[in-house]
Design a protein around this ligand. Structure first.
Ligand code: HSE
Length: 363
């Protein structure tokens, strides 16, 4: 049995669902994977910070935040050896402080769980959090698209050099395995490209408009479900899909793209009437993400397309997503997500922890 010390940076919908899922699955993780997880710190932008080297009651912390309380009420800096700032000034300082304290007890078992909000201009502060973690000898699991979408090659190199894990399954299609699946199960297969529907919010809006409902109403439902981005224009204008496309291209096709390099359009030109006209003609509008490798160049595009009704991507309703991997040996391989949401994103973090645990020696 080994114990992982988790430091959570960001504690929004996904982070809070994650700690509850971790608690619900604790027994199974112990039994089947010989791993226990102890949350030793939570750092937020608006709800304060809590640290306790003996382990925090993370479920109670989630309730506290949901009731509008501050995590400083359960902060226990005295549990840490050495001198700690009364209130860590920022995420990187929080990570460094905690890593020093955690490594003094057991080296190489701290994991930074990064779930801050996606920043589409540069992927910060998530990239700084990942870098600081790896430079502090901590592993990283993140549901944030920023690190893989803006800095995958650099961070991957850093992680390999440090001998630490860097996992980000939740960046695309929630908990449905894409990155872990390719890494673990497609050895010696060359990917030449991919196409997919990777944004749930826009797919839900398009489905609703096909059914005669209003854009605003559908978007509000996705916001209420915690699925739309904090700034929903990131979904509607195709930025979220562009970030996922860049992440997929960087990791699976060896590209060095940023979301800004993706040729991107959103739903702005697609009124309900126009979407229903296409449906009446037996076709379906979808926000499609595509990338293709030609020689040394990878090009990527996100935009609304009119698809033949028989196309796999055209059959996706509401929040459903799918990705078709184009490969040399296996031809097209499709992965479909029929149900998605917060729990599935939280599960991605949990599955990454297990993927990490498998690389660690049995103790
Ligand atoms: N806003 C995203 C979506 C959440 O709608 O797909 C999952 O990345």
């Amino acid at each position: 049995m080994i114990t992982l010390d988790l430091a959570l940076v960001g504690f929004g919908h996904v982070g809070r669902r994650f700690v509850r899922l971790l608690d619900e699955r604790a027994e199974q993780l112990r039994r089947e994977h010989s791993v226990e997880c102890r949350v030793i710190g939570i750092c937020t932008r608006r709800h304060g910070t809590a640290r306790n080297l003996a382990g925090l009651d993370a479920r109670a912390a989630a309730s506290l935040v949901e009731e509008g309380g501050s995590l400083s009420a359960i902060d226990a800096p005295d549990s840490m050896p050495g001198r700690l700032a009364a209130v860590p000034p920022d995420g990187p300082t929080f990570i460094r402080d905690l890593a020093t304290a955690a490594h003094a007890r057991q080296h190489g078992r701290m994991v930074v769980v990064e779930t801050t909000v996606l920043d589409i201009t540069a992927g910060q502060p998530a990239i700084a959090h990942v870098k600081t973690a790896l430079e502090s000898d901590a592993h990283v699991v993140t549901a944030n698209k920023g690190p893989a979408a803006f800095a995958y090659q650099e961070l991957d190199l850093l992680a390999r050099g440090a001998g630490r894990g860097f996992y980000f399954e939740g960046a695309v299609m929630d908990g449905i395995p894409i990155f872990n699946l390719v890494r673990e199960t497609l050895p010696a297969v060359k990917l030449t490209g991919f196409r997919g529907v990777v944004n749930s919010t826009t797919n839900y809006i398009i489905s609703a408009m096909e059914d005669g409902r209003e854009f605003d109403e559908a978007l509000a439902e996705m916001q209420a479900a915690g699925i739309a981005e904090a700034d929903p224009s990131l979904d509607v204008d195709g930025w979220d899909a562009a970030a996922k496309t860049a992440a997929l291209a960087n990791v699976l096709l060896g590209a060095r793209l940023t979301p800004q390099d993706v040729d991107r359009t959103g739903l702005a030109d697609w009124s309900g009437a126009r979407i229903r006209e296409v449906a009446a003609a037996g076709r379906r509008v979808k926000l499609v993400a595509r990338a293709r490798r030609e020689g040394a160049t990878v090009s990527a595009v996100v935009g609304a397309e009119e698809l033949d009704a028989a196309d796999l991507l055209a059959t996706l309703r509401e929040q459903q997503n799918a990705l078709v991997l184009e490969t040399d040996v296996l031809g097209d391989v499709a992965i479909v997500q029929l149900g998605g949401g917060l729990t599935q994103t939280a599960y991605a973090l949990l599955s990454d922890l297990v993927a990490l645990r498998r690389t660690l020696p049995f103790a």
